[in-house]
Design a protein around this ligand. Structure first.
Ligand code: AGP
Length: 626
């Protein structure tokens, strides 16, 4: 996915766009660019391959552009490799119109063929869209010649009309911002399938892919819906829907402040977000605990107790880390509510013909609320007539809006590409939802109260584990040259093993795999040698002895072992090379504790290897393409 930002007002646009793009860089960081309109209607564009600070920012320092209106873009390449030419903004044939775009124009080639005589500078679908808008703009301009002042007309603004007419020809997804030299105080924005918000300022207005880009300037935002077109000037904005005139809107207040979107004193966003987890887990359960009845309560499920009681199967669909959280949820729903659960990769679920029974509850889990595969999974379930609940972090995101109900994580913006606080907040919410489903079935209030007590103890326990960061850093340096890593866990800890492996591989580029501990002897043990450490989750619980025997098999082949064990267990040193202790806790909340050392281990290994922790190669924070 990419990030777009627009500004129109009284301040110089360049610094505002650069800062906004820095905040959006986690969405894509192959290249960046901006176009500024001067008061005399001169369009000036600067764009560069590479990261903002090394590329675009230096370019705007060496070759400044002045103006109080502009649009900017940071790119995760889809059509055309990262290069200066393929960077956005892209201009139309006349050079009067500039466009930035997040999304994919699927029929760009057919459109390109239809625009005879046009010449292109890039290999992108966006440049074709810019040319198409330019063609429609010329038609609108000619048709409007001699017409009345567009200020008072109820008709769409000429540039907005040109954008509407162009988008009617488009198949695909877009979040776009468009400027034109004929209107040096106006930006047109539009969305379908890629997020776009309006930041409502005082004598200035903003457009952005997400709120982190503009929260430093305003916390009043309007979330655009699919097919919305917005015309923005310094003092007002006009919202219309493609093909059906004026659109209603609601101004929302952002939950978080600018500080939440900054690293603060941390070296990386990922480290900050790891250290925020005691607070974010509290946010996830705040106001949702019913200690009297030993259950949980949610405001946005939009399902009665009778409807929840009638549920006889749960399907959870997600991607990546959210899919790992779903696997923890599967265990919790089975244990606490005796409900059968299917966990599906969203990219598979959307195309499979999985039989879904009538009283099935479909849950989608997503931090960003924009993951294309998860959105498609939601739409497939709804198409088949099922209620879909979303567990999501980003308020107003596409998935949050299309679900029938849901639960927000309230974790604040997660900027690091490697998801950390979202995972623990997702697991917290799933624990509470499974508790609720259990308590309207056969789970006793006493058992429910015990689970709530265990959950409320987690933030303080996480604080004690975070104090081991320096100790884990030493361990990371010891193992940072490993060729392969294996992560093992049983039952509720198997998904934690998967998540630990994903954290390590996506930020340190070390090959890592997660397995159920007993599965090693069915093949993977062939890979174990002195260069392949194994991290094993071995809490002092009913499976401890079984896990220990799995470890014996690894030690016998000289595989180094790092154990995540329960405080007080001194025996583990007989078999593990290194031990990271976590406080004793109930099995149901052990994932919330045991993932912390795995996140820190991955983080410190990546830093030791000189990797770009917050912007790992080839990745983007939210995968809005299929
Ligand atoms: C996790 O660290 C990755 N960044 C990735 O797997 C991510 O969890 C996945 O793309 C799903 O994103 P979502 O939760 O925003 O839908």
């Amino acid at each position: 996915m990419c990030g777009i930002v627009g500004y129109v007002g009284k301040q110089q646009a360049t610094p505002i766009l650069i800062e906004g793009l820095r905040r959006l860089e986690y969405r894509g960081y192959d290249s960046a660019g901006l176009s500024i309109l001067t008061h005399s209607g001169i369009l000036q564009t600067r764009k560069k391959k590479g990261r903002i600070d090394e590329g675009l920012f230096r370019l705007t320092q060496s070759s400044p552009v002045l103006g109080t209106i502009g649009i900017g873009h940071t790119r995760w390449a889809t059509h055309g490799p990262p290069s200066d030419e393929n960077s956005h903004p892209h201009l139309d044939q006349t050079g009067k119109i500039a466009v930035v775009h997040n999304g994919v124009i699927e029929n760009f080639d057919r459109i390109k063929q239809s625009l005879t005589g046009h010449t292109y500078k890039s290999a992108t679908d966006t440049e074709v869209l810019a040319h198409l808008i330019g063609v429609h703009y010329e038609k609108v301009r000619k048709a409007n010649q001699g017409s009345t002042d567009t200020e008072t007309s109820t008709e769409p603004h000429p540039l907005a009309l040109a954008v509407m007419n162009a988008l009617k020809e488009v198949i695909g997804t877009y979040g776009i911002a468009v400027v034109c030299t004929d209107y040096p105080d106006l930006i047109v924005g539009a969305r379908r399938g890629s997020p776009l918000i309006i930041g409502v300022g005082n004598g200035e207005n903003f457009l952005a892919s997400d709120a982190s880009a503009i929260v430093a300037h305003t916390r009043q935002v309007v979330y655009l819906n699919d097919y919305d077109i917005v015309t923005v000037t310094p003092d007002r904005f006009k919202l219309e829907t493609l093909g059906s005139g004026a659109a209603s809107f609601k101004i929302s207040q952002l939950e978080f402040t600018a500080e939440a979107a900054e690293k603060g004193e941390y070296a990386h966003f990922m480290l900050k977000e790891i250290f925020e987890q005691a607070k974010t887990i509290k946010n996830a359960f705040r106001g949702r605990l019913d200690k009297e009845e030993g259950t949980a309560k949610f405001g946005g499920l939009n399902m009665s107790s009778a409807e929840l009681r009638a549920v006889d199967q749960v399907i959870i669909t997600a991607c990546g880390t959210s899919w790992h959280a779903a696997l923890v949820g599967e265990f919790l729903f089975e244990e606490l509510a005796h409900l059968p659960v299917e966990v599906e990769y969203a990219s598979e679920f959307r195309y499979r013909n999985a039989p879904i029974e009538k009283n099935t509850l479909v849950l989608v889990i997503t931090q960003s609320g924009e993951t294309a595969d998860t959105l498609a999974g939601l739409r497939e379930a709804k198409r088949r007539g099922h209620k879909v609940l979303a567990i999501c972090n980003v308020v107003g995101s596409t998935i949050a809006r299309e679900a029938d109900g849901g639960i927000y994580l309230h974790a604040g913006p997660e900027i690091g590409v490697a998801s950390t606080k979202a995972f623990t907040s997702q697991v917290t919410v799933l624990t509470l939802l499974a508790l609720l489903m259990g308590r309207i079935r056969m789970l006793s209030s006493r058992r429910g109260q015990a689970i709530l007590e265990a959950l409320e103890a987690v933030p303080a326990q996480i604080e004690t584990i975070l104090k081991k960061s320096a100790e884990i850093k030493k361990l990371a340096e010891k193992y940072s040259h490993a060729r392969d890593f294996y992560f093992l866990g049983r039952l509720i800890n198997f998904p934690v093993a998967l998540e630990g492996a994903l954290k390590l591989k996506e930020i340190s580029y070390i090959h890592a795999e997660g397995y159920p501990a007993a599965e090693m002897k069915h093949g993977p043990i062939a890979l174990i040698d002195e260069n392949s450490p194994t991290v094993v989750l071995c809490p002092t619980d009913g499976m401890y002895d079984k896990v220990l025997s799995n470890l014996e098999v690894i030690r016998a082949r000289k595989g180094p072992v790092i154990a995540i064990a329960t405080e007080g267990n001194t025996d583990i040193h007989k078999i593990a090379d290194d031990v990271i202790y976590v406080p004793a806790c109930m099995e149901a909340v052990f994932p919330l504790l045991s993932i912390i050392p795995l996140q820190l281990l991955a983080y410190h290994i990546a830093v030791a290897r000189g990797c770009d922790v917050d912007k790992p190669r080839n990745l983007a924070k939210s995968v809005t393409v299929e």
